[in-house]
Design a protein around this ligand. Structure first.
Ligand SMILES: Nc1ncnc2c1ncn2[C@@H]1O[C@H](COP(=O)(O)OP(=O)(O)OP(=O)(O)O)[C@@H](O)[C@H]1O
Length: 384
């Protein structure tokens, strides 16, 4: 279990202060996968690096299975950090060592005897499906395989907690899917608690139990993923279901409804139309599988303004839907919007951007560049 309390980290450089993490509280229960989503510069990496003390927070507490890491020193702290594995976007493998040699490295640092090391490396390579590549060098394997080596290495010290720093950001979509599947599988088989940071909405959708959206060092929303999706106004929901922006007209009601789980089986649109003898216009919609369950969002347009649709809106809410009413615009605004729309070619109703669409780092160092995993090779400081 990971608990973060009122965490704050301020960088000071050349007389300038940047508050990278600004009072974050977070609990990841044992065996859960928690995703922190946000754009570049939101403070995600700093938050993650404070969890294994690669960065020392200025304020707050970090507790792993109830132990306050900031209260530990020396050998005790090193042992505690061995219980936290970490994987990175650019893998951080040692180019001079084979796949097996990379996985063995943290075990050497921990002083594990040679015979035991061999056994453990074989076990780890099997766990990540790389037994056949044990003797290959990183330059000879694919990006997905490199990340599998990174995962095996991170698990060498049998950690209970795994930190993932944009682990799939350098991979193509197919490889990303296989790495996410591996992480989910390891999470279930080993009971690993995973804290991951990402700018990819898809990562949250595929494997996270809970998530937070981070901006300017703070969480703007946080909770179980399906709960966030069903919350009106949720940035996560908007990012997952990028429906086109709509311009509600005076005399009509535009509602966005989000439905989760069993609600998707109910024909609520036709039930609404029948019950109130309405023509319901569907403006947009998307249904996705999130965390193994079905979640969807629909934009509906009902005749009459919201005050005339109170019963209809209550009907949708009673059906278990999260309902968000888009504020109607005035007649004057409507004619201005008409002018805008006809001026813009084809109406230009592009999809809204997701919350974290743009954050990928530029490519950086290749294998062998950034040395050992800070979590397992305790005491070594990573450089960025
Ligand atoms: N070592 C550092 N010294 C000074 N400022 C830093 C340092 N590391 C990060 N920052 C600043 O702290 C803020 C948060 O950076 P951080 O890397 O944690 O964000 P991020 O969400 O992980 O972004 P990215 O996805 O681009 O890595 C940024 O304004 C960044 O410039």
């Amino acid at each position: 279990m990971i608990q973060i309390e009122k965490l704050r980290k301020v960088y000071r450089a050349r007389g300038r202060e940047v508050t990278a993490v600004d009072g974050v509280d977070l609990t990841v229960p044992e065996g859960e996968i928690f995703g922190v989503l946000g754009r570049s510069g939101a403070g995600k990496s700093t938050l993650l690096r404070c969890v294994n003390l690669l960065e020392r927070p200025d304020e707050g507490r970090v507790l792993i299975d109830g132990r306050d890491l900031l209260a530990l020193r020396g050998a005790e702290l090193r042992r505690a950090r061995q219980g936290i594995g970490m994987i990175h976007q650019h893998f951080g493998l040692l180019g001079s060592r084979t796949v097996a040699g990379n996985v063995a490295f943290p075990l050497e640092v921990m002083g594990v005897p040679r015979a035991e090391r061999r056994h453990r490396v074989a076990e780890l390579l099997e766990l990540v499906g790389l037994t056949e590549h044990a003797r290959a060098h990183p330059a000879r394997i694919s990006g997905g395989q490199k990340q599998r080596v990174g995962i095996a290495r991170a698990l060498a010290g049998r950690p209970k907690v795994l930190l993932s720093d944009e682990a799939t950001s350098a991979l193509d979509p197919e490889t990303t899917a296989s790495i996410l599947e591996l992480l989910r599988d390891l999470n279930r088989r080993l009971g690993l608690t995973v804290l991951l940071i990402t700018h990819e909405m898809d990562v949250v959708k595929r494997i996270c139990d809970s998530a937070a959206v981070m901006r300017d060092g703070r969480f703007t929303e946080s909770g179980p993923v399906t709960g966030l999706l069903a919350r009106p106004g949720s940035e996560l929901a908007r990012g997952l279901f990028p429906l086109p922006p709509v311009t509600p007209r005076a005399g009509s009601t535009v509602v966005e409804v989000t439905f989760v789980g069993g609600v998707t089986d109910q024909p609520f649109v036709s039930a609404l139309a029948r019950k109130y003898s309405l023509d319901v216009n569907i403006l947009g919609g998307a249904v996705e599988t999130v965390g193994g369950g079905r979640v969807g969002r629909l934009q509906l347009e009902l005749p009459g303004d919201p005050s005339a649709n109170a019963a209809q809106l209550a009907f949708l809410r009673d059906a278990g839907l999260a309902v968000e009413v888009k504020t109607p615009i005035t007649d004057t605004e409507a004619s201005a919007a008409d002018a805008d729309t006809s001026a813009a070619e084809g109406g230009a109703r592009g999809p809204e951007r997701g919350s974290g669409a743009d954050g990928a780092d530029g490519a950086d160092g290749a294998d062998g560049a950034d040395g050992a995993d800070g979590a397992v090779a305790a005491g070594e400081e990573e450089t960025r």
